[in-house]
Design a protein around this ligand. Sequence first.
Ligand SMILES: C[S@@+](CC[C@H](N)C(=O)[O-])C[C@H]1O[C@@H](n2cnc3c(N)ncnc32)[C@H](O)[C@@H]1O
Length: 256
Amino acid sequence: MDNYNDPWDKIRWHNEEHFSIDEVGFNLVSWGSPKKKTTENNFVLVKDPSFAKSMARICAPLTPKNIIEFGLYHGASLVLLDKIFTPDSIIGIDERQEHPALSQYRKGSSAHSVIEPYCGVKQDHTDKLIQILESHFPKKNVDLIIDDCSHLYEPTKAAFLTSFPYLKSGGIYIIEDWGWAHWPGEFQKKEFFPGTPLSKLVFELLMLQSVIPNVIAKIETDYNHVAITKGEESSPNNRKLFELIKCKTSIHIEKQ
Ligand SMILES: C[S@@+](CC[C@H](N)C(=O)[O-])C[C@H]1O[C@@H](n2cnc3c(N)ncnc32)[C@H](O)[C@@H]1O
C-alpha cells in the first residue's frame, strides 16, 4: 500500500475539473454550472478546485476515525472522505434519496469505512438527528463534521447546535460556502440563496467564543470554509448556547 505524508496527496489531478483516487473519478462542478452525470465510480463533486488545499490545511491536525457529513448530493464527498481518510465510520445526512452510484460504492469491496447515508432527513430535523447520532456515537467521539448542506442560516445553525456536542475535544466542525451572501456577480443579482446570510452564524460563533471559555478553541475561515475546533469543555446548555451572546454594537467612551 502507498504511504502518504499528507492523505490529500492521494488525489491525482487530470485537469482543473477532474481528478481521481484509485478507481474512482471525481468531476467538479460549481454552483449554477451545467449539470454533469454521476455514473458508477465516476462522481459529480460540488466543489471549487481550491477546496482540496484548503481541506488539507484545515484537517492536518486530524486522523479522523468518525465523520459526519451534512449534504451528500450524489455521494461524491462521502466517497472522497472514505478514500482520503480511510476512517472507521462515516454518517451522511441528506433530504434527497441515495444515488445508486453511492449505494454501489459503499456496498462494494473497495469501500474502507462503514458508510451510512441517512436519506430523507433534513438537517434541522433535530429529534431524528439526535436519534441517529446517539445510535452511532453515544461516546460523543466524532472527529470531523462537515456541513455542505442547505447553506441557509437557520437549518445550518440547528444542525450545529445538535451535532457539535458529538465532536470530541480537538475535533473540527467545517461549514462550507459560508460567504455566499458576499460573492460577487450572479450571486448579488438574484436570490440564489434566500434569507439571512450564513455569515451571520460565523459572526455569532466568534462572539460565542468570547462569552464561554474552552467550548470553542479556535475558529478559522478561508474562501471555502469556516472551521470550528472544539475546546476542552462541553457547552453548558447547547440549546441555549447562542442566547449567551452579549451583543454591544458600539462602544461608548466617556470623555475625561
Ligand atoms: C451542495 S450539495 C452537497 C454536495 C456534496 N457534499 C458534494 O460535495 O458533492 C447540497 C445537498 O444538501 C441537500 N440539502 C439541502 N438542504 C437540505 C436540508 N435542509 N436538509 C437536508 N439536506 C439538504 C441537498 O439535497 C443536496 O444534496
